[in-house]
Design a binder for this molecule. Structure first.
Ligand SMILES: *Cc1c(COP(=O)(O)O)cnc(C)c1O
Length: 407
């Protein structure tokens, strides 16, 4: 591979024009390449315009009347838009609300409550920390036990590992679709199926897959799914998360956080709670309108680009980076901490090195924005809508020079 090949990849990239629809860092921000869109996506220009409009016109002009002029429906209308663009789900099953952590808690509490005669939650030891804390918290609060799969940190949870740990005691299985360390894609279809065969329910964390790889929640009979919007969906720092509850589970969904926004008639101001219809009962408090605007614009860009084209570009970008890791970085003492097979690799590539923390600092000093994940991982995020092949190449040159001690 030479730099001319990489230029050609950009020339033939059907998504190349999307990069110009995001805010560019300024000169003094000294960004050679932003390779952390899988942790915090970049701001769409449309979001800036919409937020100004929100303050000046809706909030500023319509004032409290705006709640009944569309704001109240945003958690479900944007949820439906996300479901269609990126989740493979029909309307009425997805809301935008809370944080991923809170949505995980709501989903897991509901799942275990639907299996009252079973006392064990199954999860992955190497899942994202907050997922593990939620599992431990729910187990402690309800007197359940937790079983953990020892997955390989350089790949992820396999169907065989899940099958070996499922039992008639398992009430719920909580796993990440794409592993945050390695980008390994778990087999959602097969794991969901064996979980159901054992009589348990599944909760999928989609934080590192939503907006990057196609997801088929309805086709795979997924029970619950949760994910964040500020990574590949570019919705903004702390933008609200989403929660998917399969239609057939909604009547049985007992909210762990019953609040007035999930009430059957919020403005009747009833003294006691009665759950609202359908997915709305999973809402708790007032919808975060500023954050929702960011979700709407981010989802709109994914819808326009098409999730299949986004996936194709993610494959091409991660193929380029894994080839350069092998050619340039492995001879300098680094390793590949992600799957070699693109069919089970999401949108980032992890490079391992014993001095990963120090190397990460030096890369960021050189304007190559990546992130460090202890103990030895440097994640190269390749968010398809905002990352070009030539910038990725330039960043990898810096990486090679830093490892060679030439910077
Ligand atoms: C980013 C991420 C989270 C983040 O949770 P928040 O509540 O939004 O802070 C949770 N789980 C996984 C797998 C993640 O990648």
């Amino acid at each position: 591979m030479i730099v001319d090949d990489v230029r050609r990849l950009d020339e033939h990239d059907p998504l190349a024009a999307f990069a110009s629809r995001f805010v560019e860092p300024g000169e003094r921000d000294r960004v050679v390449a932003y390779l952390d869109g899988n942790s915090l996506g970049r701001p769409p220009l449309a979001t800036r315009r919409r937020l100004l409009e929100l303050v000046d016109e809706q909030w500023g002009g319509r004032l409290i009347r705006a709640w009944s002029e569309g704001w109240m429906e945003l958690p479900t209308t944007i949820g439906d838009q996300l479901a269609s663009a990126a989740l493979g789900a029909v309307p009425g099953q997805t809301i935008i609300a809370d944080s991923t952590t809170v949505c995980l808690y709501k989903a897991l509490r509901a799942a275990v409550a639907m299996r009252p005669d079973r006392g064990e939650i199954l999860t992955d030891r190497h899942n994202f920390p907050t997922d593990g804390y939620v599992v431990d918290g729910v187990a402690e609060q309800l007197g359940l036990t937790v079983r953990r799969i020892d997955s390989d940190p350089a790949s992820g949870v396999t169907v065989e590992q899940v099958a070996a740990q499922l039992s008639s005691r398992t009430s719920a299985v909580l796993l990440s679709h794409v592993a945050y360390r390695s980008a390994f894609i778990a087999d959602m279809a097969a794991i969901t199926e064996i979980t159901h065969d054992s009589g348990a329910l599944v909760v999928w964390d989609l934080c590192h897959s939503v907006g990057c790889i196609p997801i088929l929640l309805d086709d795979h009979d997924v029970d619950f799914a949760v994910g964040c919007t500020y990574k590949y969906l570019n919705a903004g720092p702390g933008a609200p998360a989403f929660l998917y509850i399969r239609a057939e589970h909604q009547d049985g969904f007992v909210p762990a956080v019953p609040g007035w926004m999930g009430h059957a008639d919020p403005f009747a101001m009833q003294p006691t709670y009665s759950p609202g219809h359908g997915i709305r009962r999973a809402l708790s408090g007032t919808p975060p309108i500023t954050g929702l605007i960011g979700v709407q614009e981010g989802v709109g860009l994914v819808e326009e680009a098409g999730i299949d084209r986004i996936r194709a570009k993610a494959v091409a970008l991660t193929e380029l980076v894994t080839a350069l890791v092998d050619d340039w970085l492995v001879p300098l003492g680094a390793g590949l901490g992600s799957p070699r097979d693109a069919s089970v690799r999401g949108g980032h590539v992890t490079v391992t090195h014993p001095e990963a923390a120090d190397i990460s600092r030096r890369l960021i000093d050189e304007g190559v924005i990546i992130d460090y994940r202890p103990p030895d991982g440097i994640r190269i995020g390749l968010s398809p809508l905002t990352t070009s092949f030539t910038r990725t190449w330039a960043a990898m040159e810096v990486f090679r020079d830093v490892l060679a001690g030439e910077r």
